[in-house]
Ligand binder design. Structure first.
Ligand code: HEC
Length: 192
């Protein structure tokens, strides 16, 4: 037996092991990157059932102030005679999408005073006694579902998450890396 033929199976085993480590590592890395900052407070604008439920809740509880088309009240940037701000729009012209999921959840559940302080006078009610946590997520998910792909992506990023588009690119990258490794492995076996 020549030295070369003895060394071959060992070399193959090392290559196999290296591929295994790279693939497992990559899968973990992708999982970590795409699932970081995903919690029960994460809005689900792509879940049709959640959005349907949210639509009903929005019409029932929010539309009277924030508008049927999420347009908000007129002159919403100017305080009224009572010193309070009118309801802002939830569409792209407002600043709802500037806030992270957790903050939107807190404002809806506990009211604006929970964020701005007890002295702050606001007409935004606290929904804790009226809506469950799931219902609050549903209504906010509906609001997010109406935003353009670009605004949704920016909101994902503001919330510290990887956007759906970036996630797709990450998945494509891992598949490509995997394909290259298989090619190299086959080449190695055929050529040796
Ligand atoms: C009685 C009127 C009224 C109703 C009903 C109402 N809101 Fe509001 N909402 C307001 C007002 C007024 C503000 C602005 C508060 C401020 O900044 O002082 C506000 C602000 C908000 C904000 C913060 C937006 C931002 O850009 O800072 C969110 C989120 C919000 N409302 C969600 C909801 C949701 C969800 C519902 C229904 C479940 C709802 N609101 C129902 C009046 C209302």
């Amino acid at each position: 037996m020549s030295q070369r033929s003895q060394a071959l199976p060992r070399k193959r085993a090392y290559i196999g092991l290296a591929i295994g480590i790279v693939v497992v590592g990559a899968v973990f890395a992708i999982y970590w990157v795409t699932h970081k900052n995903v919690s029960s407070r994460t809005l689900q604008p792509n879940d049709q059932l959640v959005v349907e439920r949210g639509t009903q809740l929005y019409v029932e509880h929010c539309a009277s102030c924030h508008g049927v088309s999420l347009e908000g009240q007129s002159n919403w940037r100017t305080r009224g005679e009572n010193g309070k701000l009118p309801a802002p729009p939830h569409d792209a012209t407002g600043h709802t999408w500037h806030h992270r999921d957790e903050l939107l959840f807190q404002i809806t559940k506990e009211g604006t005073t929970s964020v701005a302080g007890n002295d702050y006078q606001s007409d935004m009610p606290a929904y804790a006694p009226i809506l469950s946590d799931e219902e609050i997520i549903a209504v906010l998910s509906f609001i997010k579902s109406t935003w353009s792909a670009e605004i949704k992506q920016r909101h994902d990023e503001i919330s510290g998450r990887v956007s759906t588009q970036q996630r797709q690119i990450a998945h494509e990258n891992i598949v490509q890396t995997f394909q290259w490794w298989i090619l190299i492995e086959i080449n190695d076996r055929v050529l040796l």
